[in-house]
Ligand binder design. Structure first.
Ligand code: ZN
Length: 455
């Protein structure tokens, strides 16, 4: 009796399921093998376009992206912000019904320069070696640029009906100030874009970043630390090295820096990091986690000499040092600087702001989009953990968070710490299979989130 009843129920469930299935928008099967091949081809072509910043000319890259989009009949505009220096942005849009506000995919075309001597391959040749593709920008962030481009192309080719516009924005100038890239777009074109969500850089599939074990952790950037650059300067009596004066500006600076570098900033767990600990069980003692849990201070510049080359027998009258400080989102820069003054405890040391941080906004992560990112990542990597993440460096998301958009920094491909260290360094490279996984997950996230729902 019981089993009969069960059978009936399950038959009915099957019927309901079939009806529901028929009502769903038809989803064309994607030939992922050929998509992955196409992704790699476009990626290699894109990597071999020199977009080093400085000088920051991205016109050839913009031309390349816009050509690929126009070939598929995706409406695309080139937005020039400075013709003389090749600052141009690419804006493309797939129209939805307008029922919901747009999702924007954001990437920057420029890269930092490279030191060719430090590389084992040509940084602009996009060479495959040992399962990797090498090139400046392979992880920061031409990888994401191409995956976003492919997402646009696939949505268009498969004629996906959308409830919200999908916008593609490739910008110039990110590796400097962003003024002629994202900054300009936000200032001059925001009402036209008005995205509810932005997908940007600021997260990877990581191993060994947060916990010292094999777990694959996909971090999704939802906030970033504040950038505070300070100039320390001291003045003293200049003169001949043979007769030490009472006040030597280098000595005063050396004492101040010794106090600063021996100062250990206190641990402070912010809500995003607390959520990371919740999801991971713990954060191990790693340099990365150290930066997640406290304000950090890096001494990046020291200058105290006369002459070029510097004279060994001249005492300079002025010494300068620069501190690159990164503050947790809820920290007040003035309070932090007061604390440094107190630690230095010397009125002869002057502290000036080079870069004052702007407010750091945390994007909510209890959202449908975040859940879809988790779900689609688990489809390809079932044993992985997805966590919201505090990005320890600066990204263009800061411009868009201030406009009220929720921004997620997200690249759904695995990257080891060794590979991560090649960003802005030598032999920057991405695993071929990371790129392949990323295009599939990225497309599925955007499609699932933006597709018109019939039911
Ligand atoms: Zn970047």
């Amino acid at each position: 009796m019981k089993s009969h009843h069960c059978q009936k129920t399950s038959m009915f469930a099957l019927f309901l399921f079939s009806v529901a299935f028929l009502l769903l928008p038809s989803s064309p099967e994607i030939d992922w093998q050929s998509v992955e091949k196409k992704t790699e081809e476009l990626f290699k072509e894109y990597l071999s376009i020199d977009t080093c910043n400085p000088p920051g000319d991205v016109s050839a890259a913009a031309e390349f992206l816009s050509k690929a989009l126009k070939k598929e009949d995706v409406p695309t505009d080139l937005i020039w912000t400075d013709k003389g220096t090749g600052r141009v942005n690419v804006l493309a849009r797939l129209r939805g019904t307008g029922k919901k506000r747009p999702l924007m995919m954001l990437n920057h075309m420029d890269t930092v320069p490279f030191d060719r001597l430090g590389w084992t391959v040509d940084p602009l040749a996009a060479i495959n070696k040992g399962g990797y593709i090498y090139g400046r920008g392979a992880l920061d962030m031409k990888n994401t640029g191409i995956v976003q481009l492919m997402t646009m192309i696939l949505l268009k080719q498969n004629d996906i009906r959308l409830d919200r516009d999908v916008v593609f924005l490739a910008v110039a100038d990110e590796e400097t100030s962003g003024t002629l890239g994202s900054g300009w777009i936000v200032k001059n074109m925001w009402p036209e874009i008005d995205a509810e969500y932005v997908l940007d850089e600021g997260g990877f599939g990581t191993q060994g970043f947060f916990t010292k074990d094999e777990r694959l952790v996909f971090s999704v950037g939802v906030a970033e630390k504040k950038v505070l650059w300070l100039r320390l300067s001291t003045a003293g009596t200049s003169g001949h090295g043979s007769m030490p004066p009472k006040e030597n500006s280098n000595s005063i600076m050396a004492q101040a820096l010794s106090r600063i570098t021996s100062y250990k900033t206190p641990i402070h767990i912010t809500p995003v990091v607390s959520e990371m600990i919740n999801r991971l069980g713990r954060l191990d003692d790693t340099p990365y986690n150290n930066a997640l849990k406290r304000n950090t201070i890096s001494l990046t510049v020291m200058k105290g000499f006369v002459g070029d080359p510097p004279k060994s027998n001249v005492i300079p009258g002025r010494t300068e040092a620069v501190l690159d400080c990164r503050l947790l989102p809820d920290q007040d820069p003035n309070t932090f600087v007061d604390k440094l003054r107190h630690i230095i405890n010397d009125p002869l040391v002057k502290i000036d702001y080079i870069e004052r941080p702007i407010e750091s906004i945390i994007s909510p992560y209890e959202t449908e989009l975040f859940k879809i990112i988790e779900k689609e990542t688990h489809t390809v990597y079932p044993d992985s953990i997805v966590v919201p993440h505090l990005v320890i460096y600066g990204t263009d998301s800061r411009f868009f968070r201030r406009k009220g958009a929720s921004c997620y920094g997200f690249f759904p491909g695995p990257v080891t710490m060794e590979e991560y260290r090649t960003i802005h360094g030598n032999d920057e490279r991405i695993r071929e299979r990371s790129l392949r996984a990323a295009v599939r997950i990225y497309h599925n996230v955007v499609k699932r989130f933006c597709e018109a729902k019939n039911l």
